[in-house]
Ligand binder design. Structure first.
Ligand code: 13P
Length: 252
């Protein structure tokens, strides 16, 4: 059965890049972005404007890695959704596990950030995922469901249908230990069912998998019915690898 959801592949560059590396990377990706797939890159803040220029005509969208829940003012170091929009972003990651862990972002703050993004007209990519302890303790589905539910509570059902969800098990991020396609599918189906039961139009919500996605494992992940694309860290920094993941999404 053909999915109603268009595949989405997002490169999260994290704190990597530089003006010349960015240019080389986008140059390498240009020309190999397949039809029928949404492709987005999320560089660090200082490079957003540069990368906006680089991706012109390449069929690649621009996203940021975080945003403030506030509209503007005396908040040193923070960046408002309207500023991201102003430099050409259409997407923004919210609640990445590295933000949750290293910057103490809780479900409430994450929900406020998702709301701020939607308010400004950006598409938020809400990142959720359990730690290894939580998985080993049998709490993975409860933890992830609570992370999603906290956002549904703040946004409401209609707005939630506009959010992209990215399931990124913390134990799979940057470790080379990918969730198996079956493990990921179980969680994706659980997230979609949770949304449906809450009353959200869940069939249209794209749910991405993230965590050690590479050109070698992308196709088997994309073959799963509830995996609608990928949020790619390390492998998005190499043009060939990222292009291959995009091609696998197009072929799925
Ligand atoms: P890796 O693909 O490097 O495991 O990172 C995943 C991730 O955190 C993407 O947001």
């Amino acid at each position: 059965m053909l999915s109603v959801r268009k595949k989405l592949v997002v490169g999260n560059w994290k704190m990597n890049g530089g003006q010349s590396q960015n240019a080389a990377l986008i140059d390498g990706v240009r020309g190999s972005v397949p039809e029928g797939v949404d492709v987005v890159v999320c560089p660090p803040y200082p490079y957003l404007a540069q990368v906006k220029t680089l991706v012109a005509g390449a069929g690649v969208g621009l996203g940021a890695q975080d945003l403030s829940p506030r509209k503007g003012g005396a908040f040193t170091g923070d960046v408002a959704a309207s500023m991201l929009l102003d430099v050409g972003c259409e997407w923004v990651l919210v609640g990445h596990s590295e933000r949750r862990t290293l910057h103490g972002e809780d479900n409430r703050l994450v929900a406020e950030k998702v709301a701020a993004a939607l308010d400004a007209g950006l598409t938020p990519i809400l990142c959720v995922g359990e730690t290894l302890d939580e998985r080993d303790g049998g709490r993975a589905e409860a933890v992830v469901s609570a992370q999603v539910a906290a956002v549904v509570d703040v946004l409401g059902l209609v707005a939630m249908a506009k959010v992209v969800v990215a399931y990124e098990p913390v134990w799979a991020i940057g470790t080379g230990r990918t969730a198996t396609p079956e493990q990921a599918e179980v969680m994706h189906a659980c997230i979609r069912e949770g949304l449906r039961v809450a009353g959200v139009a869940a069939d249209g919500v794209r749910i991405l998998y993230g965590g050690s996605v590479t050109a070698a494992n992308a196709a088997s992940l994309f073959a799963m019915p509830d995996i609608d694309g990928a949020l790619v860290g390390g492998a998005s920094l190499v043009a060939d690898g990222f292009s291959s993941i995009c091609a696998a999404a197009a072929a799925s």
